[in-house]
Design a protein around this ligand. Structure first.
Ligand code: OGA
Ligand code: MN
Length: 281
């Protein structure tokens, strides 16, 4: 079987064909997948049939599993590494996190070591007369950085922003314990990808509450302008899901958001894993 990496044609993203993730991957195949992941920011595999332990094992190849705060409330039975992302309720009780990631963000940017990447495996995708709903949009924060004028890049170099866990509205409000466990952190606004050396913007409206050395008005205006810049159409790939898709994104160079254009009885059910990361530089 030959393996192909087929770029989406957008500013980021590639499909990988010819890989069956239910089978062990040779070192060469894994190296090719990892290179494609680092280079394209988003990669996906269609028509996969994998079990929860297989998803966990594949995720582990990219780094230690990161446990999301939501996992404590909504994980797969027997696989605490997997968070259920879903709008489905059974007997009136939600089976997963609903409306996860409605606004543009990078996962767990409010932690000192945000995850390297996140993986979603699509079990059920809502449709309307066969039209798939519940797409996910991805923006290349690296292409957005490349497109900035030189004077803006100079202005941003070396600056750090504060990321605050309580800034974002969530469908399930966090508990006081979760808030206490996630005090504000700072990260560089301009990150360097640890594998490729590519630079990218790391700023989001909801999570960033300030920028070191700037008055709050000036910081707020800069955060809004940069966050909007990252998600301009030229930098976006929009993924239309099919059941059996396994897709992963890089939380350094990519921001994402879930499109909420469906509701019960249309069901969406995803299994999510996260791979541990490092302190951003
Ligand atoms: C996430 C997330 C988007 C989606 O799981 O981190 O943002 O489309 N999900 O489900
Ligand atoms: Mn997310």
């Amino acid at each position: 079987m030959t393996i192909e990496v087929v770029p989406t044609g957008a500013a980021l993203g590639a499909e990988i064909r010819g890989v069956d993730l239910s089978q062990p991957l040779g070192d060469n195949v894994f190296a090719l997948i990892e290179r494609a992941f680092d280079e394209h920011g988003v990669i996906f595999f269609r028509d996969q049939k994998i079990t929860p332990p297989q998803q966990v094992a594949f995720t582990r190849q990219f780094g230690e599993i990161d446990y999301n705060i939501f996992g404590e409330r909504w994980s797969v039975d027997g696989n605490p590494e997997i968070v259920v992302v879903s709008n489905v309720a059974e007997d009136g009780k939600p089976i997963g996190v609903k409306r996860a990631g409605e606004n543009w963000h990078s996962d767990m940017c409010y932690t000192p070591r945000p995850p390297r990447g996140t993986m979603l495996y699509a079990h059920e995708i809502p449709t309307l007369h066969d039209l798939p709903l519940g797409d996910t949009e991805f923006a290349s924060a690296a292409a957005a950085w490349d497109a900035l004028p030189a004077s803006m890049r100079d202005f941003l170099a070396g600056r750090r922003a504060t990321f605050d866990f309580v800034g974002r509205k969530r469908a399930f409000p966090p508990t006081q314990m979760e808030i206490d466990r996630n005090p504000p952190v700072t990260h560089p606004i301009v990150r360097t990808h640890p594998k490729t050396g590519r630079k990218c913007l790391y700023v989001m409206r909801d999570d960033c509450s300030g920028i070191d050395g700037l008055e709050s008005d000036e910081a707020e205006a800069l955060i809004a302008a940069l966050a909007d810049h990252v998600v301009k159409p030229a930098f976006i790939y929009r993924h239309q899901w099919r059941p059996g898709d396994l897709l992963m994104w890089d939380n350094c160079t990519v921001q994402h958001r879930a499109i909420q254009d469906y509701d019960l009885p249309q069901r969406r059910l995803m299994h999510r894993t996260t791979m541990g990361g490092a302190v951003p530089v």
